[in-house]
Design a protein around this ligand. Sequence first.
Ligand SMILES: [Zn+2]
Length: 393
Amino acid sequence: MLASLVSLSDRELVDSLDRVAERDRATNAEIIAHLVLIEDRRIHLDWGYPSLFVYCTERLRFSEDCAYKRIQTARAAARSPEILEYLEGGELTLSTIKLLAPHVDKPEGPELVEIARGMSKREVERLVAARFPEASRPRGPSLRVRAIDGENFKLEMTVDGDFLALLERAVDLDRHRNPEGDRVRILREGLELQVAAAEKRKFKATDKPRPPKPGETRSVPAEVRRRVHLRDEGRCIFIGKDGRRCDATSFIEHDHVKTRAQGGKHTVENGRELCSRHNGRSAELALGKERIERAKVREARRRDAQAALRTSGFSAVEARDATAHAESRLPENAPLEELLRQALARLGSRIDTGKGRPARAVYPTEPPPGSGGCSEPGHFWVGRALPASSLNP
Ligand SMILES: [Zn+2]
């Protein structure tokens, strides 16, 4: 390539580079426009990549820094398409867009983008800091890893006083085993404990497996979960359209090959481990985007109802059962208020256990006189201190 340029005069070289740089800006904008659509259609997931970042670094061979900036730019461009035009014209760069990206959705976003046209990175930094001083402050604790040689790494952490106090306390408590107070050893052992606990919680890891209970249960039996984890090794097994296996190891979830909604069972054969992105994408493909969206709305409503019941003094189990009962009796799109009304009616009918636990009462409109409760018209009042006898005069 160099050989073809050697014969050019200085003027020709300058003109040629101008044209190449212009082409480069156009190509860059074109790449980002592609990324906007790839992400919107989740194509990177369908091709077996756990994230757009991995797609960019592995398939497109962008450097990590370049992938990060282009993805930030694509996300900003999805919300403010004029950014692509300014990028192509050289009025904004990947670096200035990166600074603007967190703010394009804000009311002052469009104005900010207009002002930033033609500015250098430093100038945009100052512009953003002046408009959003809060967002520009350095964040709290952070961590940096640098490779020293093939086997050793230097870890740099910014921590707060509480973290340091916790570390010193751990050193003190462990002095008899660790007289030198080796802090790396303490941190490593702490992490090992943390990983063991998380594996137990997530994958039901155990030294003493128990056979699963016969019959179908609501949640995945621990033994099924554990055996699927041993088989899939905590890696996403999703295979993309041209055969790439995702292999992600974070955000791993248990998934049903044939979904529960389609009659799939809790068996090892019907189980698999997927990263949360591919789990979500598989559900979308199996059940349709709309159905997944509806399920998300239902889930949010369920959480809100349970939280309201918990705040009112009901236990987690009571809140969960009453909400499930109410859901089974109401249409899918019933409002939260209706769901709560049904759940409370259910809980209200179970008042007075007479077994030493305080009775809980539910009043559809007003608390009984003298009960000390408060309510607004049309709202519920829930209390737990009243004797059950006062409810059935
Ligand atoms: Zn995956």
